[in-house]
Design a protein around this ligand. Structure first.
Ligand SMILES: *Cc1c(COP(=O)(O)O)cnc(C)c1O
Length: 365
């Protein structure tokens, strides 16, 4: 079957003959966890220096054949994105600000010397996959279908230079409610020995290597009884967690969040800050030192903090633990604010709250 797309590409669609039965699928959707199960299909598009973007396909989900010399396996020339498809009460399937993900993937591509996927092709890939795997979008409260676009260097060549052959893929994984028993504050470990990014590095690109370098400090955090790790920039400025941005809450309701060219600019953070600004909160985005947080917490000027990202949406930070000090935020005001912003944002995403910014994009029509 061939499906022409508004982006001008003709998608070759091959149905999965071994697709899960309705019963098997329903069993997965009843308890999907996160990142464990995948839908019946995947989408991919090839890129070559000579041919540009070509051969868009939707095909049965399955292993990718790669030459052992494929550049990504050696030099980590790779980027990815993450967004969710939500089932609304009327049955329609929508996603949240996908044009931002498409634009960010282009910025990541530039930094990693990968080709930029045109925005309309990115959006089209989401629609093409949903067209065949719509039944995989769960409908239970706070569940979603997590969409994972990614791109990697597949040219078989061991020289160090940008690859001349690249692949873009899109896979999808049903996701359970992140906090089935209600949102719980997390404890954060301050990493002082390790950085995830540096000046001029790849911190602002959504690239696998940033995650690889966060795994060891993340394991250290777990040993200290913390769920996440906070990284510093130049040993001094707040940066972000391994996969979530951080926001501090001041006594007067001002939201303060770090600005730095080594931070991954989260779409969740941007959205939360806009919703807060709509409510009349001041928003400050500027370099923030760890000392400012410590002193603010001690004086009562900073009353709390939260982390945000697509997977968990918004999570209050209960405690920051470091080698020789800790920050604990007593009092519930900041936590209440974080949870109420979370409620508003998820309300928009699931269609319970008016989408006054026009953030939602329909994928199944
Ligand atoms: C993806 C990501 C985030 C969150 O971005 P969202 O667009 O909000 O999901 C934050 N930090 C890092 C390092 C990330 O990779």
């Amino acid at each position: 079957m061939k499906t022409p797309s508004p982006a001008g590409l003709v998608w070759q669609v091959t149905a999965n003959e071994n697709a899960k039965s309705v019963e098997e699928r329903e069993a997965v959707l009843a308890d999907p966890g996160f990142g464990n199960h995948f839908t019946d299909h995947m989408a991919d598009i090839c890129w070559s220096e000579k041919g540009g973007w070509h051969r868009p396909r939707v095909s049965p989900y399955g292993p990718i054949q790669l030459d052992p010399a494929a550049a990504v396996l050696h030099y980590a020339q790779e980027i990815f994105e993450g967004l969710k498809a939500y089932r609304h009460a009327d049955g329609s399937i929508r996603t949240f600000r996908p044009y931002e993900n498409a634009a960010r993937m282009q910025r990541s591509a530039r930094r990693m010397a990968l080709p930029e996927l045109p925005v309309d092709i990115f959006i089209d890939s989401l629609k093409q996959l949903i067209a065949v795997d719509a039944d995989w979008v769960p409908s239970a409260p706070e569940t979603s279908l997590y969409l994972r676009p990614f791109m990697f260097a597949k040219e078989a060549f061991l020289g160090v230079r940008p690859a001349k052959k690249v692949a873009y893929y899109l896979i999808a994984s049903p996701a359970a409610a992140y906090f089935p028993g209600g949102v719980q504050p997390v404890n954060i470990w301050l990493s002082t020995h390790y950085a995830r990014a540096g000046k001029g590095g790849t911190g602002a690109a959504k690239t696998g290597g940033n995650y690889a370098s966060s795994l060891l400090p993340q394991a250290e955090a777990h040993e200290k009884g913390c769920q996440q790790v906070l990284f510093l920039d130049e040993g001094k400025y707040l940066e972000e967690l391994g996969g979530m941005n951080v926001v501090l809450v001041k006594k007067d309701g001002t939201l303060l969040t770090p600005e730095s060219d080594s931070i991954l600019e989260g779409i969740t953070r941007d959205s939360i800050l806009r919703l807060a600004a709509d409510r009349g909160h001041q928003v400050e985005q500027r370099p923030v030192t760890l000392d400012e947080w410590r002193e603010g917490a001690a004086s009562g000027d900073i009353v709390g903090a939260f982390a945000c990202g697509t997977a968990a949406v918004v999570v209050p930070i209960g405690r920051l633990l470091a080698e020789d000090f800790e920050i604990v935020h007593p009092g519930a005001a900041a936590e209440e604010l974080a949870l109420s912003l979370r409620e508003e944002l998820t309300g928009i995403q699931y269609g319970r709250v008016e989408d006054r910014h026009g953030w939602m994009v329909r994928l199944d029509a």
